[in-house]
Ligand binder design. Structure first.
Ligand SMILES: [Zn+2]
Length: 289
């Protein structure tokens, strides 16, 4: 009995020590390649990738599963991969999923897993708007907003304490449990605006009309009376955010307005997303939580 207890105490101590070492050596302060800002992130890139891979199936399941149409998945994925390749972190294991949920939402997990719901896809009108949504989420990933949120929320300190004692699995479970979804998906106004800027950067690099970003915001505004707009809980949309995007487009992207090289692409979106979605049975209603 004594031995077990002593071992237990020792393990706890060792875990705390390893946690402290891990905190110093793995993540910490660094300059972010997308934003150029010095930032504090407790997650190393390997941990970000592991967390995304671990958590993705849970989010797919909670989001109604994937839309049961391989062509639609491939279409969303092709646009997402194009944006990711044009971004500052092209080498992450990017994956883009179209979820069979009627709720209007889009979100990302650390390490490059990005999700958009059918509810949102059905509201969009062109490929540039799809690129704006996915580009915004790629922005959250590249700017490491999720890791910063978790570090700030201190939930991760708890995870690091168990990292030595049990396994890699534990910190992931710890991070995802205890309201992990909230920590992962809720952002502040500055982070939203930063992701809007990054989204504009990526979508225009891929030849899309930057006004697609404004189009998405108007879609969300118009839909916000109808309920089921989870997007607005995870991505606050005050008028100031829309004004900032408008200003940024007019100042930074003026040369790309009314320029035939930067397009909205309504026809491919109609043919490869909206038309096939119409042929599917309605998305299942989410279960009450
Ligand atoms: Zn966002």
């Amino acid at each position: 009995m004594t031995n077990i207890r002593r071992n237990g105490w020792f393990n706890t101590f060792a875990a705390l020590l390893l946690g402290a070492v891990a905190a110093l050596s793995l993540g910490g302060c660094s300059v972010n390649p997308a934003t150029g800002e010095r930032q504090f992130n407790m997650l190393s890139e390997d941990q970000e990738v592991a967390l995304g891979i671990e958590a993705a199936p849970q989010f797919i399941q909670q989001g109604g599963g994937k839309i049961p149409d391989a062509n639609v998945q491939a279409y969303v994925s092709s646009i997402g991969q194009k944006l990711a390749a044009a971004s500052e972190r092209p080498d992450l294991p990017w994956e883009f999923f179209a979820l069979n949920s009627p709720i209007i939402n889009a979100f990302a997990l650390p390490g490059g897993k990005v999700f958009i719901t059918r509810g949102l896809m059905e509201q969009l009108e062109n490929e540039a708007e799809l690129a704006a949504v996915l580009g915004h989420e790629v922005g959250h990933v590249n700017a490491e907003h999720i890791g910063q949120q978790m570090s700030r929320a201190k939930v991760f300190e708890i995870g690091l304490q168990v990292v030595g004692a049990v396994s890699e699995q534990s910190w992931i479970d710890t991070a995802l449990g205890a309201g992990g979804n909230l920590y992962l998906l809720k952002f502040g106004r500055d982070q939203e605006s930063q992701s809007d800027s990054l989204g504009l950067r990526y979508m225009t690099k891929c030849g899309y009309d930057p006004r697609g970003m404004l189009g998405v915001m108007h879609v969300l505004q118009d839909a916000s009376g109808g309920g089921g707009i989870e997007m607005l809980q995870t991505h606050p949309l005050p008028q100031t955010r829309i004004d900032r995007v408008e200003q940024e487009i007019n100042e930074g992207y003026a040369a790309m307005l009314n320029n035939p090289q930067y397009t909205l692409q309504p026809t491919p979106y109609q043919q490869q997303a909206l038309a096939p979605l119409k042929k599917l049975p309605p998305a299942p209603q989410p279960k009450a939580q």
